[in-house]
Design a protein around this ligand. Structure first.
Ligand SMILES: Cc1cc2nc3c(=O)[nH]c(=O)nc-3n(C[C@H](O)[C@H](O)[C@H](O)COP(=O)(O)O)c2cc1C
Length: 178
């Protein structure tokens, strides 16, 4: 049976929007920018999928979208986050989920991470400054792990490690819902 899916995204440089578009196509759903969404809109759907970028450890737009979902009649709230960290940075990603979701929410809201990259050419000025500060802090850090040494070299430039395949765990989860 066709599922009634609304995909909501908050995206600044485009990665999250691209993943949201791929998920929407795959689920034959409806897509909306988070700034146009209300609880009433959500109530017309059974499954809400929200995607936001990682921003200094926080998932951009999650708090507001979750609040709207809790005031809606939709049944499922599924989250995906995009970020510069690679999918195999498991500890970092787990910590990120723990910092963004309360213990009960970690169980109630299925959540998926999708690696993306960085697009300096599309970043707002303040984000560029924040990245510059982060890079210089990482460079100065003593006793860097091998992972940190590699990561600090990568994040000084734009790069794209996104792939359509990374939406599949989320798609498989939604498809398996009764
Ligand atoms: C200021 C800033 C902070 C960021 N913080 C994180 C972070 O904490 N963890 C992470 O994995 N990626 C981080 N990123 C990378 C973004 O999450 C990544 O580029 C994301 O996919 C951008 O999404 P968008 O293209 O939809 O805006 C950060 C990027 C910027 C500019």
């Amino acid at each position: 049976m066709k599922k009634n899916v609304l995909v909501i995204y908050k995206s600044v440089t485009g990665f999250t929007k691209e993943y949201a578009e791929l998920i929407t196509q795959e689920m034959d759903g409806t897509i909306m920018d988070c700034k146009n969404v209300t609880s009433e809109t959500m109530s017309k759907f059974d499954i809400i999928i929200f995607g936001g970028r990682m921003h200094a450890g926080r998932i951009d737009g999650l708090k507001q979208t979750k609040k709207l979902f809790l005031h809606s009649n939709a049944s499922h709230f599924i989250i995906f986050a995009t970020g510069a960290s690679p999918n195999n940075a498991k500890d970092t990603i787990e910590e990120m989920w723990r910092n963004n979701l309360a213990p009960a929410e970690l169980t109630d809201f299925p959540h998926f991470y999708m690696q993306s990259g960085l697009r300096y050419e599309k970043m707002p000025f303040l984000d560029k400054i924040m990245m510059k500060m982060f890079c210089s802090m990482m460079k100065k850090k003593k006793d860097k792990t091998d992972y940190e040494k590699q990561f600090v070299n990568i994040i000084t430039h734009s790069y794209d490690i996104s792939s359509k395949t990374y939406i599949m765990p989320l798609i498989n989860y939604v498809t398996s819902l009764p």
